[in-house]
Design a protein around this ligand. Structure first.
Ligand code: ADP
Ligand code: MG
Length: 630
C-alpha cells in the first residue's frame, strides 16, 4: 500500500473522448491493439535513440520487443514493451491531464460513421484512449529508462472521468498495459484472434511482437503437450524498405503505408529506391489518397520518418522534402548520417541538401507517372493540386516539371482539373505558340467572361484559373516548353495570326473613344477600341504590369499596402450600342450610358461598381424607359 496515491480528473476534452470511445466506437474495436502496439513500438524507437547517448540503458535488456499475454481466467490482455518507459510526471501528462492537441481536432472531425471515426483515432494522436473501447479498467505500469525500480509508477482508470497514480516498484524498464476486458470484449483473450489482428495491422512494426501460446499451437492436436507454452513472434519485424524491391509484394507496400501513415486506405502510388555510392540512402515514398486535416497549418507535421542505420531518428523530417511536397509520406534511411543528428544540424548539412534535391525529383517523377492513370491522378489533383502550385513559386529549379503536373479547366474543356499544359500545346499545335489563360473570381465567372469572346470566335483555347493561389503562381509561370504564357485579360491582346490580319485591327482614333475618356477620366486609365469582343460592348483590361484582383485581395488580407490602380476600358466599336452612342448628341444621356457601360464591365469581372446605389438608380431608370416603350 503506497502512501503517495493520488486521484485526478481527466482534462475535459479527454473525458468527452473517453465517453465517445466507450459508447459509440464499437464497430471496429480491434484497432485498439494497433494503437497500443504502435505506442509500444514508438517507445522502443525512442529507447534506441536515447541509448545512443546512454548505452548503459540497454545493457541488461538489449533487445527491444513487444509482448502480448492473455489470461482467460481474469479476462485480461497485457501489452508490454521494454522501451523508453514513463516516469510519474510523464504518465500524468501523457495519459490524462494535458489536452493533447489532437483531441479537440479529433472530436471536431468526427463523421458519425463509426467505422471511419475509429480509423481516425491514430491520425490524431489519441490512440492510447482506444484501450477503453474494449476495457472497463486499464492499468499502466511503467519505469523510465535510467530510473531505478523504486521510481516506477502505476496509473489506473475505469475511463469514467478520473484516474489514479501511485509510485510502485517496477522490476524492468518499459511499460506494461493491462486491459481488463469488458464483458462483451472477452473474445480478445483468444490468441488466434490476436494473431490475426497483429498480422493485419502491425506486421511492419520493426520490433518483434511476441505472444505466449500453448506449445505447438499451430500443430496437430496429438503433438501438443498439456499446459506448455512457447513464445511465438507474430509479425515479420523487418524494416520493409531494406528489402530488395522485387521481393516485396504490392500488398506489403500497401500495408506498410497504412503502418507509417496511420491511414486506413491504400496509397495512390509509391516509389522505393536505394541509392549507392558515397551518399548512400534508401527512400520509400508514398502519395496518400487523401489530404490530412491539417494540410494548410503551418505547424502541421510532415510525412517523412528518418532512420539512420535502421535506428529511428525522427518523425516529420522536414529537411528531406520541400514544403510544397509536405503531403508525401514514407521513410528515408540514410546510414551515412551521424546518429546524433538534430533538426538544426540537418538544416544546413550538405549531404541532406543533396538527398532533398534527389527526393524532390523522385517525387515529381512519381507524380508524372501517376498522371498516366486518369482516375488516380484526378484524386491526387483534387486533394493536393493547390499545394503543388506553391512549388511553382518556391522551386525555380523544378518549375517546368511541376508545371507539367498542373491541371486546369479551359474554355473548351470546362471540367476543373481536366487540362494539362501538354494537352494544351498538343491541341494548339504550331499555329498558336502562346498559352492563353484567364483568371477569374470563380470558374463560372471566368467561363462567362467577355474576354473569351474573341478566343471562341477564333477557336483558341484559354485556360481558366479561379483558385486563390493562381494569380500569385502565374506570376512565376511565364514560360513552358519554350511557349509564353499570356494573360488573356491583360495588356494589348496579341492573337495568333494577328500579324497577317491588319484589316481586323480596330481604329483607335474613333471620336467616341475620346468622349468616353472624358466622361470616365477619373475611373479608368484609358479607353481603347478592342479586338477582344464579339458579343459584348465593353470589357476591362489590366495594364501589363498591374496587380490583378486576387493579388490585391491577398495583399489586403495580409495588411500590406495595395497600390492605386485603374483599369483600361476596351470597347467594341462594331457593337450596335457603341454605334448608337457614337451618334448620340445629348451629353447627359451619353454620360449616363458611359457610366453604366463601365459598371457592367466591372460586374462582368465579378467586381462591384464604385457606387452600387448609383448604378442601381441608373439601371432602374433604364428599366422604366424600357417599360414605358413596351
Ligand atoms: P500518440 O502516440 O500519437 O502520441 P497516444 O494517445 O497513442 O498518442 O499516446 C499518448 C502518449 O503517451 C504518447 O505520445 C507517449 O508519450 C505516451 N505513451 C503511450 N504509450 C506508451 C508506451 N508504451 N511507452 C511510453 N510512452 C507511451
Ligand atoms: Mg499512439
Amino acid at each position: 500500500m503506497s502512501s503517495d496515491r493520488e486521484t485526478r480528473g481527466f482534462q475535459a476534452e479527454v473525458s468527452r473522448l473517453l465517453h465517445l470511445m466507450i459508447h459509440s466506437l464499437y464497430s471496429n474495436r480491434e484497432i485498439f491493439l494497433r494503437e497500443l502496439v504502435s505506442n509500444a513500438s514508438d517507445a522502443c524507437d525512442k529507447l534506441r535513440f536515447a541509448a545512443l547517448d546512454h548505452p548503459e540503458w540497454l545493457e541488461e535488456d538489449p533487445e527491444p520487443a513487444i509482448d502480448l499475454a492473455v489470461d482467460a481466467d481474469t479476462g485480461t490482455l497485457t501489452i508490454s514493451d521494454n522501451g523508453i518507459g514513463m516516469n510519474r510526471e510523464e504518465v500524468v501528462e501523457n495519459l490524462g491531464t494535458i489536452a493533447r492537441s489532437g483531441t479537440e481536432k479529433f472530436l471536431a472531425s468526427l463523421t458519425g460513421d463509426q467505422k471511419k471515426d475509429a480509423q481516425l483515432i491514430g491520425q490524431f494522436g489519441v490512440g492510447f484512449y482506444s484501450a477503453f473501447i474494449v476495457a472497463d479498467k486499464v492499468t499502466v505500469e511503467s519505469r523510465r529508462a535510467g530510473d531505478s525500480a523504486e521510481q516506477g509508477v502505476r496509473w489506473e482508470s475505469d475511463g469514467q472521468g478520473e484516474f489514479s497514480v501511485e509510485t510502485l516498484t517496477v522490476p524492468r524498464r518499459g511499460t506494461r498495459i493491462t486491459l481488463h476486458l469488458r464483458d462483451d470484449a472477452k473474445d480478445f483473450v483468444d490468441t488466434g484472434k490476436l494473431r490475426g489482428i497483429v498480422r493485419q495491422y502491425s506486421d511492419h512494426v520493426a520490433f518483434p511482437i511476441r505472444m505466449a501460446v500453448p506449445a505447438g499451437d499451430e500443430k496437430a492436436g496429438d503433438e501438443k503437450e498439456e499446459g506448455a507454452t512457447e513464445l511465438e513472434t507474430l509479425n515479420s519485424a523487418t524494416a520493409l524498405w531494406q528489402r530488395p524491391r522485387q521481393e516485396i509484394s504490392d500488398d506489403e507496400y500497401k500495408s506498410f503505408y497504412r503502418h507509417v501513415s496511420h491511414d486506413f486506405q491504400d496509397p495512390l502510388t509509391w516509389s522505393h529506391n536505394r541509392v549507392e555510392g558515397n551518399l548512400e540512402y534508401t527512400s520509400l515514398l508514398y502519395v496518400p489518397p487523401r489530404a490530412p486535416f491539417d494540410l494548410y497549418h503551418r505547424e502541421a507535421s510532415r510525412g517523412l520518418k528518418l532512420y539512420v542505420q535502421r535506428v529511428f531518428i525522427m518523425d516529420d523530417a522536414e529537411q528531406f522534402l520541400p514544403l510544397y511536397l509536405r503531403f508525401i509520406k514514407g521513410v528515408v534511411d540514410a546510414p551515412g548520417l551521424p546518429l546524433n543528428v538534430s533538426r538544426e544540424l540537418l538544416q544546413d548539412y550538405g549531404p541532406v541538401r543533396k538527398i532533398r534535391a534527389a527526393l524532390t525529383k523522385r517525387v515529381l517523377q512519381m507524380l508524372r507517372k501517376l498522371s498516366g492513370d486518369q482516375d488516380a491522378y484526378d484524386t491526387f489533383w483534387q486533394q493536393f493540386g493547390q499545394v503543388l502550385k506553391e512549388g511553382i513559386g518556391e522551386d525555380g529549379d523544378n518549375r517546368e516539371a511541376i508545371a507539367g503536373l498542373l491541371r486546369f479547366a479551359s474554355s473548351t474543356s470546362p471540367t476543373p482539373g481536366s487540362v494539362g499544359l501538354d494537352d494544351y500545346i498538343e491541341r494548339a499545335g504550331e499555329e498558336n505558340k502562346r498559352i492563353y489563360y484567364l483568371l477569374g473570381d470563380s470558374l463560372s465567372a471566368a467561363r462567362n467572361s467577355p474576354h473569351l469572346e474573341v478566343f471562341r470566335k477564333k477557336g483558341v483555347e484559354v485556360l481558366l484559373l479561379a483558385e486563390r493561389v493562381d494569380e500569385w503562381m502565374m506570376g512565376f509561370l511565364t514560360e513552358y516548353k519554350g511557349r509564353t504564357l499570356v494573360n488573356a485579360a491583360r495588356g494589348e491582346l496579341d492573337m495568333p495570326g494577328d500579324d497577317t490580319d491588319e484589316a481586323e485591327q480596330p481604329k483607335q482614333d474613333a471620336p467616341v473613344l475620346g468622349r468616353l475618356g472624358e466622361v470616365l477620366n477619373e475611373q479608368v486609365e484609358a479607353v481603347r477600341a478592342t479586338a477582344r469582343l464579339v458579343e459584348s460592348p465593353a470589357c476591362l483590361v489590366l495594364g501589363a504590369d498591374e496587380l490583378g484582383p486576387q493579388m490585391r485581395m491577398m495583399l489586403e488580407a495580409a495588411g500590406q499596402p495595395v497600390p492605386e490602380s485603374k483599369p483600361i476600358l476596351e470597347v467594341n466599336l462594331s457593337h450596335p450600342l457603341m454605334q448608337r452612342m457614337a451618334e448620340l448628341e445629348d451629353s447627359d444621356t451619353f454620360a449616363e450610358l458611359a457610366q453604366l457601360l463601365l459598371d457592367q464591365a466591372l460586374l462582368a469581372e465579378g467586381q462591384l461598381p464604385k457606387d452600387p446605389a448609383a448604378t442601381a438608380r441608373r439601371l432602374n431608370q433604364l428599366l422604366q424607359d424600357r417599360a414605358e416603350r413596351a
